[in-house]
Ligand binder design. Structure first.
Ligand code: SAM
Length: 284
């Protein structure tokens, strides 16, 4: 399917309330350039309409299902960025990035990169205990008997559909890839695998990610005019950021309370897709 066929969907520019798989089934094949998302952590948050405390096997069965649907809608060379916790549960303690990567590879995604998101800056790392060194692990305090390590970071796993990258060519010479809209300083900072970004919270949602995370992912992996999807859009951080950056977007969330009416009922934007940045795009 050609890039412009995304115009077929009237979901473009909408924050849609519903189950991620059911809604994604309405999106044509090979039309989304980046899926940037933070799925439920299965840690008992109150999301209203869906459980955040599923049995381990059910959680991964459902994850496999949305990862497969996500792969179908992604364009060749398009990317998936998933932010998750390191661990689920205590007894046993389960390794989430390991399981996510295994599942993603099984459904056909290609492994690309792993980013360590550290919540804070180098001097003030954020744990739930706060900033400025107040937070630490506990366990057996000051004793090597059984120290507990507390999470002040989260992984962001990056995958691609098909090969390693996208080649959007300028048409001025073979292999000349069109630049995106990153500055040199952004490129230098964001292509390192450690990102220091302070966590966020708002009154509208129990588990938001800071807009700086989707901002980096969107500018790093898409061109202006590309299509960005978040199937766990929550309070809309990803799609709001995509809109501000001049990308096309689709947001999905199961809880209608998170879908602002103004967005959900916006008329479709079919036919308004900006022209391609480069003259041709070929899978790498
Ligand atoms: C970690 S939150 C995402 C928060 C978002 N990044 C933000 O900044 O607001 C996960 C979201 O997934 C949604 N969710 C859970 N299961 C879902 C499903 N089956 N289909 C669609 N959304 C779902 C929850 O309602 C919740 O808003």
């Amino acid at each position: 399917m050609e890039r412009s066929d995304i115009r077929c969907t009237d979901l473009l520019g909408h924050f849609v309330c519903g189950d991620r798989c059911e809604v994604m089934r309405q999106i044509p094949d090979n039309t989304v350039h980046l899926i940037a998302t933070s799925p439920p952590y299965n840690c008992g948050k109150d999301y209203g309409t869906v459980s955040d405390k599923l049995p381990w096997e059910t959680y991964w069965m459902q994850t496999r299902e949305w990862l497969a649907e996500a792969l179908r809608v992604t364009t060749q060379g398009g990317r998936l960025a998933v932010n998750l916790p390191w661990w689920m549960g205590k007894k046993p303690r389960r390794d989430v990035p390991y399981e996510l990567q295994k599942t993603a590879l099984e459904v056909g995604w290609t492994k690309l990169d792993k980013i360590l998101w550290v919540k804070g800056d180098e001097k003030n790392i954020h744990t739930s205990g706060g900033y400025g060194g107040n937070g630490s692990g506990w366990g057996t305090y000051l004793s090597p008997s059984g120290p507990a390590i507390r999470c002040a970071s989260e992984p962001i796993l990056i995958f691609a559909k098909g090969g390693r990258g996208r080649r959007v060519l300028s048409g001025e010479g073979r292999g000349l890839c069109v630049r995106g809209d990153m500055t040199k300083a952004e490129w230098m900072e964001w292509t390192m695998d450690v990102w220091f970004v302070r966590g966020a919270s708002n009154g509208a949602h129990p588990a938001v990610w800071p807009a700086e995370i989707p901002r980096r992912l969107i500018k790093l992996y898409t061109y202006p005019g590309d299509v960005v999807l978040d199937p766990h859009n929550g309070s809309g951080t990803t799609t709001e950021t995509a809109k501000q950056l001049g990308r096309q977007w689709i947001g999905i969330d199961a809880n209608p309370a998170y879908c602002p009416n103004g967005e959900a009922q916006r008329p479709a934007v079919a036919g308004t897709l900006p022209p391609l940045v480069g003259s041709s795009e070929v899978p790498k």
